[in-house]
Design a protein around this ligand. Sequence first.
Ligand SMILES: NC(=O)C1=CN([C@@H]2O[C@H](COP(=O)(O)OP(=O)(O)OC[C@H]3O[C@@H](n4cnc5c(N)ncnc54)[C@H](O)[C@@H]3O)[C@@H](O)[C@H]2O)C=CC1
Length: 384
Amino acid sequence: MTPPAQPVLTVLRDRIAHDPDRFAVGVFNRLFAETPFLRELFPSEMSRMRATFTQVVDHVLDAIANDDDHAELIEFLAQLGRDHRKFGVIGDHYWLMYDALMAEFAAMLGPGWSPDAQEATSHAMMLMTGVMRGAADSVEGPAVWHARVVQKFQINRERAVVRLVPTGPRMPYRSGEYTEVQVPQHPHLWRNLSPATPPNERGELEFHVHAIPNGLFSGAIVRDTQPGDVWRFGQRHGTMQVTGKRPVLMVGGGSGLSPLRAILLEMAHRPDSPPTHVFYGTRHPGELYELGVLAQLASTNPWLRVTAVAETPDDPWWIGDSADPRQWGFELRFGRVGDIVAGYSDWTQHEVLLSGPAPMVFHTQLKLRASGVPPDRILHDPLN
Ligand SMILES: NC(=O)C1=CN([C@@H]2O[C@H](COP(=O)(O)OP(=O)(O)OC[C@H]3O[C@@H](n4cnc5c(N)ncnc54)[C@H](O)[C@@H]3O)[C@@H](O)[C@H]2O)C=CC1
């Protein structure tokens, strides 16, 4: 990067920060004016998307201006490019976006749009759109996979289990990963879910979903999903896995148990699975419905130990007459799962997998780190 580049990119960041949404609206208006059919690739309500877009552009300008080593930036952009395949974005669209960005920056700088400014900005935007395009082009296989809902059962008012079979090629994934999912009730919304079963030959999938308060996506699944619905799946991500080199501690909160459940089911097929202690936490005892499956697993896999944790001892009215979770023979503790786990034993020699609501993962992680578990031995999905 030539010396004059840094001030220009910093100026652009300042101008964007002055009114981020105006910048994004400007870029997208230019893009859609030039190529109207691209509007269909985006949701009707774009404010959240525009906010993310501005953050990405700001991050690119910042990283190029301030870091000599762009390895992290390039990996970030490459992942973004791979992720964008599911929206139907193809190579030519990146050139159109490059043109829209450059035109908006030119308008933004006005008389300050000198040849040097143009060159530095072009370099940054070429890197951004070029890396995304190149990464997307180099991915093999389809951009999206499809599967049809064949069964849905409601656990209670707020929780459902959904089973699907593929309508074409089966989606590849590893137990413990999460995948991007789109449901027909919200054709422009992509959210992450973790399959609750390991991959199998027939490509069958199972998901456990809790309708979180104000959750458009999870609410639509629990309320409106029906057999026959076709779901779409994009990229898969995640680092949670068991190495087999250490004993394992797993902490699953509510439907966040899903990826751990998939890993446990896979471990049950191995002859050498390490000793594993699972803490399964919910808000109420009547929500611990997965204890039945865990009991079956534990009965034939002596390496598995399970502790159930409910935040409160009582069930609210809407849970109804659920069976006493103690019937499965596991100990039942009351309190926040993070507090119970951290006070239960010494976990400093374990590898730890955490999955559940972000505040639970955050809280449990803090407690375990405070008790001496090395941070690099605690794995979880991103918290946002
Ligand atoms: N469905 C899926 O495939 C997956 C879902 N998740 C995440 O799991 C969450 C759904 O879990 P729910 O069933 O709603 O969980 P939940 O509300 O039933 O809570 C589960 C556990 O988290 C603890 N907890 C909740 N809030 C806490 C806080 N502020 N501090 C400390 N502990 C807290 C509770 O005490 C309980 O033990 C969602 O946020 C989802 O993103 C994560 C991975 C996969």
